[in-house]
Ligand binder design. Structure first.
Ligand code: SF4
Length: 351
């Protein structure tokens, strides 16, 4: 059977919405809610959070928060590659219902979109925020207030999108919010372009890491992500450190994620994302039940129109071969939405 790209996109969206109220996955490891507390709360009770906040803040004086290592003094107004000031610029804070099932739940993920970015891909799906820096500068107190508001309206977690260049602001805000009663998991939703030394400051504070793994070849990350040739190597090391800190994804008895690692991989046209190498690497370096979301929703955005190899959506065949590779290399904890899309097309393929 021949599939059209339009049909593929429509069915992908349908599969996602069908799963919204689907039974929660039985695969995740369970932590009983009564036995769980956020990492930041534990650290605050132990009197260790203040030191981490200070340690993080000091990095702004000579910013080496990410592998770009610009060395600028952000406290004096200097700006590096990411163009971010010393205060966080926030585009939006709201419940998000399009995240993975254990994160979204019924009430949504409390998502805070940070402006600017340290990677800046030419196909960026959030380019007005990441590249143009749209948003509003906020103090750590205001940032903390947003976190508390999201908890108050029932969000299951605090999900910071593109956190790397504002890590010190996040720690400052989380301490303030913690002292005012924040008590839901903290998500670090990152491109994966992270330094291990910096991630160590977050050890015990972040509950759930959600890194991307965008490429397997340095020549491609260099071409499409602003010269970041070291991205594959850097992201692999970062993911190993994240796993060391939090382990595989664990949920509470209601299926809401409370701790662990969730890796996202966006399938791109013409095998640009290096999906086979990615799933092979996961299978050889992490537990087979590592939660992996192989995503079908690539769309042509920002400057991708200028690159013929990226100037189209992915085909059904490209998505299915990605899922087949994940199976071939023995990954057993794939995102339920991706599995549902695969099932639809497997059925049509054989019919
Ligand atoms: S966070 Fe920004 S200023 Fe700091 S090293 Fe990275 S790109 Fe440069």
């Amino acid at each position: 059977m021949k599939f059209t790209r339009r049909q593929f996109l429509r069915d992908s969206i349908l599969a996602g919405s069908c799963l919204f109220f689907a039974p929660l996955p039985s695969f995740a490891e369970i932590i009983k809610r009564k036995d769980w507390q956020p990492g930041y709360t534990k650290l605050e009770k132990e009197g260790k959070l203040t030191q981490r906040v200070k340690q993080a803040r000091a990095i702004f004086e000579r910013c080496e928060l990410c592998p770009r290592k610009c060395g600028v003094n952000r406290l004096k107004g200097e700006k590096g590659f990411c163009q971010a000031p010393a205060r966080a610029v926030i585009y939006s804070a709201h419940p998000h219902f399009g995240e993975e099932e254990p994160i979204t739940g019924q009430n949504g993920s409390g998502t805070i979109f940070i402006s600017h970015c340290n990677l800046r891909c030419i196909f960026c799906q959030n380019w007005p925020i990441a590249h143009e820096g749209r948003g509003r500068e906020v103090s750590d107190e205001e940032f903390a207030g947003m976190m508390l508001d999201l908890q108050r309206i029932g969000c299951h977690n605090i999900n910071i999108v593109t956190p790397t260049h504002v890590m010190p602001n996040i720690l400052g805000a989380i301490q303030i919010a913690c002292r005012k009663g924040l008590n839901i998991p903290l998500f670090y939703n990152t491109s994966g372009y992270e330094r291990v030394e910096i991630l160590k400051i977050l050890d015990g504070i972040v509950d759930i890491y959600k890194p991307d793994m965008k490429y397997s070849e340095g020549s491609l990350s260099e071409k499409y992500s602003s010269g970041a040739r070291d991205y594959p190597e850097v992201a692999r090391k970062a993911i190993l450190e994240m796993h060391r800190q939090v382990g595989v994804l664990k949920s509470d008895e209601n299926g809401f994620a409370v701790r662990g690692l969730l890796i996202r991989h966006l399938v791109m046209p013409n095998r640009i994302a290096g999906t086979e190498q990615f799933v092979k690497w996961v299978s050889e370096n992490l537990p087979k039940n590592t939660y992996v979301n192989i995503m079908a929703q690539y769309r042509v955005e920002y400057k991708a129109y200028e690159y013929p190899e990226l100037a189209r959506g992915i085909t059904v065949e490209e998505f299915l071969e990605a899922m087949d590779w994940a199976k071939k290399y023995g990954l057993i904890n794939l995102d339920s939405k991706s599995l549902a899309i695969k099932k639809i097309y497997d059925r049509r393929r054989s019919g």
